[in-house]
Design a protein around this ligand. Structure first.
Ligand code: NAD
Ligand code: LMR
Length: 337
């Protein structure tokens, strides 16, 4: 083959490789995993969908694979080899694997079960797809994201631009709740929510929206901070938000895929390794983040806040720091196999 022909062939390969987007869901047979996988199957940017769960992955995959969109769908056996194959070549890995809350529980009450699930899945990711974008949905997000970072660091493959705690549901809720009050279209309500993803660590910044008066609406602020509890209570022991979460997770994955294809100006709120409050010992923080081909492109600062929001941020910092430290020390004391 001539030099030019081989160059053309190599270029064609790299262009088509760039157009291939394998997305993996770990926990694909669960309450979130199933509708999330369905929404990903409907996304034309996804070319290959890999579904893994400790039970039921192949069944969900067989079902979804009959949907007549172009992507291929494969369900993997719950074995180390199945997990490795599900992850190999993946560009985006979503992790909703883990137990959900029951009424009366906080997200932190899930730590004892979910920390080791996420730790072990993170090890598999570090091994099989160290360059993938990892989107952590499993709670408590404030602690599970630091767990993933510690595992990647220990293996020398940590890239802070590729690790995301999914906090999209908080802005989805905030815009919906505001629209209910204002009688507006939620699509027109852009509400910034910063901090973390549990209770008082969720800080909506209504002063930055087109309704600055709403920052004084304590009931609304509380509803955004504890929106998850509303669903847990209504489901009465049958779990937490799954359908709205699937929509939020699919939106975040879609934004990452769009940005990875070169689209500019794609911004999502997400819990990332962030410089914003590192001087106060807070290593991860959710704020508006511009996404790009390398994952995190730009982390926006919180911006101006009013006196009420200043107090909310103070309460957020105290809890968030504890949650992050808890995740980090878990890996130090429970490194697993
Ligand atoms: N980030 C958010 O905004 C947000 C929103 C809603 C729920 N969540 C969290 O997402 C998690 C999942 O919620 P759900 O309602 O889908 O729960 P679920 O119990 O319905 O589903 C969890 C799935 O994970 C699987 N699983 C467990 N261990 C696994 C492992 N080691 N490998 C692969 N799969 C494994 C289970 O078999 C199950 O199918 C919970 O921790 C919940 O708190 C987060
Ligand atoms: O509330 C929960 O436990 C699930 C999730 O974090 C949510 O915000 O709905």
């Amino acid at each position: 083959m001539s030099f030019i022909a081989s160059r053309i062939q190599r270029r064609a390969f790299s262009v088509s490789a760039r157009n291939l987007s394998k997305v993996t869901v770990l926990g694909a047979a669960g309450g979130i995993g199933q509708p999330l996988s369905l929404l990903l199957k409907l996304n034309p940017l996804v070319t290959e969908l890999a579904l893994y769960d400790i039970r039921g992955g192949p069944g969900v995959a067989a079902d979804i694979s009959h949907i007549n969109t172009k992507s291929t769908v494969t369900g993997y056996d719950p074995t180390p080899t199945g997990l490795a194959n599900a992850l190999k070549g993946s560009q985006v890995v979503l992790i909703p694997a883990g137990v959900p809350r029951k009424p009366g529980m906080t997200r932190d009450d899930l730590f004892n079960t979910n920390a080791s699930i996420v730790r072990d899945l993170a090890k598999a990711c570090a091994e099989s797809c160290p360059e993938a974008n990892i989107l952590v949905i499993a709670n408590p997000v404030n602690s599970t994201v630091p767990i993933v970072s510690e595992i990647f660091k220990a293996r020398g493959v940590y890239n802070p631009k590729r690790l995301f705690g999914v906090t999209t549901l908080d802005v989805v809720r905030a815009s919906r709740f505001v629209s209910e009050i204002k009688g507006s279209d939620p699509a027109d309500e852009n509400i910034t929510v910063v901090g973390g993803h549990s209770g008082v660590t969720i800080v909506p910044l209504f002063s930055q929206s087109s309704h600055p008066d709403l920052s004084a609406n304590a009931e609304l602020v509380n509803r955004v901070q504890f929106g998850g509890d509303e669903v847990v209570k209504a489901k009465d022991g049958a779990g937490s938000a799954t359908l709205s979460m699937a929509m939020a997770g699919a939106r975040m994955a879609n934004s990452l895929l769009r940005a990875s294809k070169g689209e500019k100006g794609v911004i999502e709120p997400t819990f990332v390794d962030s410089p914003l409050y590192k001087d106060q010992g807070i290593e991860f923080f959710s704020s508006r983040v511009e996404l790009g081909p390398n994952g995190v492109e730009k982390i926006f600062s919180v911006g101006p806040v009013d006196a009420t929001e200043e107090k909310l941020l103070e309460a957020c910092f105290t809890d968030l720091k504890k949650n992050i430290d808890k995740g980090k020390s878990f890996v130090a004391t429970n490194p697993g196999k």
